[in-house]
Design a protein around this ligand. Structure first.
Ligand SMILES: N[C@@H](CCC(=O)N[C@@H](CS)C(=O)NCC(=O)O)C(=O)O
Length: 336
């Protein structure tokens, strides 16, 4: 009898949690729980005061600003590659923004839904300069350090097979172990997404002693993701990201967003910033949803520049991550 009661209570709890939805849940708790990496400069890493910073972090701060009115109201959960999908599918975190490639299996089979591609990446190789190798086609017989649970591990196997090469993969549970093994000389090369190679190279003792080879062997469209099955929450996060991109296209910045809201005569900008219509109501937020997100972190281009721009250590050219109007692939859907 007691057991039956517990089962019924659990069932009622589960049903009410899933009915309430993640958005209401987050707003009730007043805090957004976000998955991040275990520390990748430029993407997500704590600064010297323990404050999380980075491109992926700013996207999460934009969501916190839009849904909670405060970009600081985030509980950050560092996740190894192996844990990132299950952390969202199990409900441990509300949102993951962490250098994650949108693949068919993750999306359709592993209980998560991707929101919007925020960084077009591709896999590459880093080698010590002293090795004298200038092309990935010349790494036959090499031992390569790679992290478990990543697309990098799978692509490496494909690359070896397709090019009829013998490659020994040294697979590590975490990125920290993988990069330490590489810097200790346990493998000839390190492989991951090219942007992360640029980032991790800055953490090595002598970054100039390492080169990134020119070949890009895969497509790695990186996108934040949420638990599968809560369409409302997925819509909310997706449209906040669309809003940041559309803001760049329309010249709305952290510095001018309030002035634009007051004075812009452009109907697109008026809709985005809540001067006309009520786009916020489509994602269960108020009229100022996007004003708060932009004033917290700036538009997409400002976020990119802050973490990857020419004044940063990483200095990753925008390339495919330029707006479509500038020859890139970054394209926001219409906010109306
Ligand atoms: N984009 C790839 C690779 C992602 C990735 O994050 N790779 C590594 C290897 S450098 C990693 O775990 N990085 C961060 C961390 O755990 O701190 C994927 O989605 O599988």
């Amino acid at each position: 009898m007691k057991k039956l009661f517990i089962v019924i209570a659990l069932l009622v709890m589960t049903v009410s949690i899933s009915m309430a939805g993640i958005l209401e849940d987050v707003q009730k708790k007043g805090i957004l729980t976000c998955g991040v990496s275990e520390g990748v400069p430029g993407f997500s890493i704590p600064d010297s005061n323990g404050h999380w910073v980075g491109f992926d972090v700013d996207l999460e701060r934009a969501v916190a600003a839009a849904v909670l009115g405060d970009p600081q109201k985030i509980n950050f959960v560092p996740l190894a590659s192996k844990q990132k999908i299950i952390a969202a599918s199990s409900g441990q975190v509300d949102l993951v923004s962490r250098t994650t490639t949108w693949t068919m299996k993750r999306d359709a089979k592993q209980g998560v839904d991707f929101t919007k591609i925020v960084f077009y990446d591709g896999q590459g190789f880093m080698v010590p300069k002293a090795l004298g190798v200038d092309s990935a086609k010349k790494i036959d017989g090499a031992t390569i350090c790679v992290t478990a649970g990543t697309t990098s591990e799978l692509n490496l196997a494909d690359f070896a097979r397709a090019n009829d090469m013998k490659i020994e993969a040294l697979v590590f549970d975490g990125k920290k172990e993988a990069i330490s093994a590489y810097s200790a000389g346990r493998c000839d090369a390190f492989t991951t997404d090219v942007s992360q190679l640029a980032s991790l190279r800055t953490t090595l003792a002598n970054p100039k002693d390492h080169v990134i080879l020119p070949e890009v062997i895969s497509k790695e469209p990186l996108a934040p993701f949420v638990r599968h099955g809560d369409n409302q929450w997925k819509d909310t996060v997706t449209w906040i990201i669309n809003g940041l991109i559309e803001a760049e296209e329309n010249g709305i910045t952290a510095a001018n967003v309030h002035e634009m809201k007051k004075n812009s005569k452009n109907p697109v900008i008026q809709r985005m910033l809540g001067t006309s219509g009520d786009t916020g109501s489509y994602i269960n937020l108020d009229k100022d949803w996007l004003v708060r997100a932009i004033s917290a972190v700036g538009n997409y281009g400002e976020i990119y520049d802050r973490h990857f721009g020419p004044t940063t250590k990483l200095n990753i050219p925008r390339g495919n991550n330029n707006l479509w109007t500038q020859g890139g692939l970054i394209y926001a859907l219409p906010i109306r």
